[in-house]
Design a protein around this ligand. Structure first.
Ligand code: HEC
Ligand SMILES: [Cu+2]
Length: 277
């Protein structure tokens, strides 16, 4: 088989990425050596469904449940002790082109369940994560038959949830429940493509195609809980990491069509700026 240059280049990229991982193996990844979270066997009947998040970038449906203490928490408040949050990850059903199918309400259709993620908050929990400690939460991942993944792996959970910050009590999207909002794919307002602006929401660009006049300042706003960036490959423009609430602007003086993407979520975050004279 003949490898095109592009494929060869991406294989090189993969090798380079693997070496980076090896190089980091010496770094300590503190985590509890023993699981304190436990498998919540009865969550599907005993817990309350909190939100269903259609995740565009990795084509998943994520269904989040909370036990009674967890669902008693109000927006902006910390979770009470005893809170347990469970997240089922499902593959989204795809059409032949690999695009997620939508039901009559515009929601992804959950297919096979892939995993079960659990976080639990108790007094004194979390100390063993050391530098990535997220308050008093501990994390665990289970296979569908309830088998526990090695507790040491939960370092990854804590280190990523640490970025969600203390103001959200280290959870990412639980305000969807507290504020009674939907985890559906966002849609653009009518005519939004004529404004020199796009927002990043739920791993998508809203809108993803805009038509603007040459010289206009175009601004992206990260209205998501996750970190994104903006790259215009043709122009060599890179925003760097944009946290929630941050913006990035460009002024394009030459008419033409400019494609752009978020390099962190390139599957679902690609857009086009059509610049007219
Ligand atoms: C790379 C970052 C990252 C890692 C690693 C990660 N999570 Fe999350 N987690 C998120 C984000 C972001 C969400 C919100 C849903 C979404 O955007 O997909 C989330 C949501 C959750 C939720 C639902 C509550 C909430 O925060 O909204 C639970 C429970 C959860 N994760 C547990 C875990 C566990 C357990 C692990 C480790 C096995 C883990 N997570 C690893 C980023 C991460
Ligand atoms: Cu992104």
């Amino acid at each position: 088989m003949h490898l095109s240059r592009a494929v060869a280049a991406s294989i090189l990229g993969l090798l380079a990425a693997t070496q980076v991982v090896f190089a980091q193996e010496g770094v300590s990844r503190p985590a509890p050596t023993e699981d304190h979270v436990g498998y919540p066997a009865d969550y599907a009947s005993a817990f309350t469904p909190m939100y269903v998040f259609d995740r565009a970038d990795n084509r998943q449906v994520r269904i989040i449940y909370g036990n009674d203490p967890a669902v008693s928490r109000s927006a902006g408040q910390p979770f009470p002790y005893g809170s347990i949050l469970v997240m089922e990850t499902h593959r989204a059903m795809l059409d032949e082109a690999g695009i997620p199918l939508l039901d009559e309400n515009g929601r992804f259709v959950p297919g096979a369940q892939a995993g079960l993620f659990v976080m639990r908050k108790e007094p004194g929990f979390g100390a063993e994560y050391e530098r990535v400690r997220t308050g008093e939460w501990e994390y665990a991942q289970f296979a569908l038959d309830g088998t526990l993944a090695p507790p040491q792996n939960s370092f990854n959970c804590a280190s990523c949830h640490a970025d969600a910050g203390a103001t959200r009590d280290w959870t990412w999207r639980t305000d969807l429940y507290a504020q009674n909002r939907s985890g559906a794919l966002p849609t653009a307002a009518l005519g939004a493509e004529r404004f020199p602006a796009s927002t990043m929401q739920a791993y998508t660009l809203v809108p993803s195609t805009n038509t603007i006049r040459a010289g206009t300042i175009f601004t992206w706003t990260n209205a998501d809980s996750a970190v994104h960036d903006i790259v215009l490959p043709d122009l060599g423009v890179q925003s760097g990491r944009l946290g929630p609430g941050q913006t990035f602007s460009v002024a394009l003086t030459e008419p033409g069509s400019y494609s752009y993407l978020c390099s962190i979520h390139p599957t679902s975050m690609r857009g086009m700026l059509d610049v007219t004279p």
